[in-house]
Ligand binder design. Structure first.
Ligand SMILES: [Zn+2]
Length: 248
């Protein structure tokens, strides 16, 4: 070997032992196992063994033919990891798609639920006549009346049937409303076989009770509201829910 001969490390293609070779030569013989090998392959062998994927980004491109296989190796590793990333992205995209699909399904179910609930509520409202206001009478003198939030709506107990002097009485009562000067009572009634209540009558009282009565089988219902003041300045509470009673 002359001074101008460059010696490089190589790995024996048979036993893997590290040997120093002249890259200009075609063949060498391993001092460990005695196998003759092609020098280019042994150099490639060495370079592949000493290249690590961690440093792939920093591999110096010392472009000699012998390094090419190292770069191919590294390139393959990177392609592989790119393929892995592509696969991972595909899986993620599929997961995202499934989550989105699930989300819209859930929203659909919720929407359908709310919609169904709304329909049922609406039907119920229609059947029951809709809320407290229509469950209580509307006064014939509604126009110009002032409803005061200061006056609570009375809560009237269902009528208690009791014997009167010359009739059977139905006794209704309610708790006193704070600030009230008195109460208006709406009363209507029907013979027990009748479907519809007859024309209502209105009464005023300063008591917190009302007595209906009849000598035959009658159903009564009353609604009560509190009032305060007289004439133009009178204000009312809302009408109470109906309280029911009967003479039989
Ligand atoms: Zn060897």
């Amino acid at each position: 070997m002359g001074d101008n001969v460059k010696i490089v490390p190589a790995s024996c293609t048979q036993c893997g032992g590290t040997v120093e070779v002249d890259p200009q030569s075609e063949k060498g013989v391993c001092p460990f196992c005695g196998t003759s090998f092609i020098i280019e392959k042994a150099i490639n062998n060495y370079n592949v063994q000493h290249a690590t994927i961690e440093h792939a980004d920093n591999v110096n491109i010392d472009m000699t033919g012998s390094v090419k296989s190292v770069l191919d190796f590294v390139g393959d590793q990177m392609k592989e990891s790119r393929a892995e990333r592509r696969e991972y992205k595909k899986i993620q995209a599929e997961k995202d798609r499934q989550m989105t699909s699930l989300f819209f399904k859930m929203m659909g179910i919720m929407f359908a639920g709310v919609f169904a609930f709304g329909i049922i509520g609406f039907i119920y409202y229609q059947i029951t006549g809709g809320g407290d206001d229509t469950n209580a009478p509307v006064s014939s003198e509604t126009a110009g009346e002032v409803i005061s939030p200061e006056l609570d709506e009375p809560v009237v107990s269902d009528g208690v049937t009791r014997a009167g002097e010359d009739s059977i009485e139905v006794y209704f009562e309610w708790d006193e409303i704070s600030g009230a000067d008195g109460y208006q009572v709406y009363e209507d009634y029907k013979y027990y076989e009748e479907e519809e209540y007859r024309e209502p009558e209105y009464y005023e009282t300063t008591e917190t009770a009302f007595v209906a009565g009849a000598q035959d089988y009658f159903d009564f219902r009353i609604s009560v509201r509190a009032y305060k003041g007289q004439g133009e300045s009178r204000v009312y509470s809302e009408w109470s829910d109906f309280a029911q009673g009967s003479t039989y």
